[in-house]
Design a binder for this molecule. Structure first.
Ligand SMILES: NC(=O)c1ccc[n+]([C@@H]2O[C@H](COP(=O)([O-])OP(=O)(O)OC[C@H]3O[C@@H](n4cnc5c(N)ncnc54)[C@H](O)[C@@H]3O)[C@@H](O)[C@H]2O)c1
Length: 255
């Protein structure tokens, strides 16, 4: 369904959280463009399935198992990737978690743990991979934020804080690395019908309300629905776009 972007062919794309949900759809979409995709995820079994599925259409996907919240393990894994693979030209920081914690019941540990996954690993991958991108003469960094930054659900204070932090990181980093022809943008998805969302949070009533009362367009947002936005931001077609956040939520959030 996505257009073909010839400049993405042979590009090395690194995706965190590529074993499931949005990251899984992104892995397949970039592999279908002829890019070489490297997944970083702790879910080895699901990751292997993604590798297998992509191999069936000739897609090239490498899987590295790592806990992204363990900075020293993450740094070592990135060092290994830098030795074994070509430079990362497209970095997609995507893994994240969306717990519901009422503020008065939230521990400092829960707050810090969420930042470790949803923000710190985004920073660490940028710090470790940017020198290679600069040396290569350019690249595209895309970070997954959320429309919750605008919708501001009351039970998602910690999650919203992490996703707003990403937008701040994108804006300043874009200013810092633009001179090296590196673009930095965010995608802020709405409520995406991933397997985990369907198992954990989505009820028929909530889904109906989301489609018919909250989104301007009553379409079900699947992970595949998002992939075109990431491909566009990764390709040279968007070469003048940086420092932006594209909200992909069917017109729910009033930005
Ligand atoms: N699904 C939605 O409705 C939605 C909406 C807005 C934003 N987002 C954001 O999109 C991103 C992807 O979400 P998703 O819905 O696809 O989630 P998901 O749970 O379906 O997939 C997340 C992936 O990240 C991996 N992961 C999680 N913690 C990890 C860790 N510590 N180390 C290594 N890997 C880890 C998981 O194994 C999984 O493969 C997240 O940043 C999320 O906040 C999702």
């Amino acid at each position: 369904m996505n257009p073909t972007y010839p400049d993405l062919q042979e590009k090395h794309v690194l995706i965190t959280g590529g074993s499931n949900g949005i990251g899984k759809a992104l892995t397949s979409a970039f592999a279908r463009q002829g890019a070489e995709v490297t997944i970083l995820d702790r879910d080895y079994q699901q990751g292997l399935l993604v590798v297998d599925q992509c191999q069936q259409f000739g897609g090239k996907v490498n899987l590295y198992t790592v806990d992204l919240t363990n900075t020293s393990a993450l740094t070592k894994t990135l060092a290994k990737i830098k030795q074994e693979r070509p430079v990362v030209e497209v970095l997609i920081n995507n893994a994240g978690y969306d717990p519901r914690y009422p503020l008065l019941e939230m521990s400092e540990q829960q707050w810090n743990d969420l930042f470790q996954l949803n923000v710190v690993h985004y920073f660490v991958t940028c710090r470790e991979l940017l020198p290679g991108m600069i040396e290569a003469g350019g690249g595209s960094i895309i970070m997954t934020s959320s429309h919750v930054v605008w919708v501001a659900k009351p039970e998602m204070i910690a999650y919203n804080s992490t996703k707003a932090a990403i937008i701040g990181m994108v804006r300043s980093l874009a200013q810092a690395v633009g001179k090296h022809h590196i673009r930095v943008n965010a995608v802020a998805p709405g409520w995406i019908m991933t397997e985990r969302q369907l198992n954990q949070w989505i009820t028929p009533e909530a889904k109906h309300k989301n489609l018919h009362e909250q989104q301007a367009i009553p379409i079900e947002l699947t992970p595949d629905e998002l992939t075109g936005t990431y491909l566009f931001l990764a390709s040279n077609t968007s070469r003048a776009i940086t420092r932006q956040t594209l909200v992909v939520d069917g017109g729910f959030a009033q930005t």
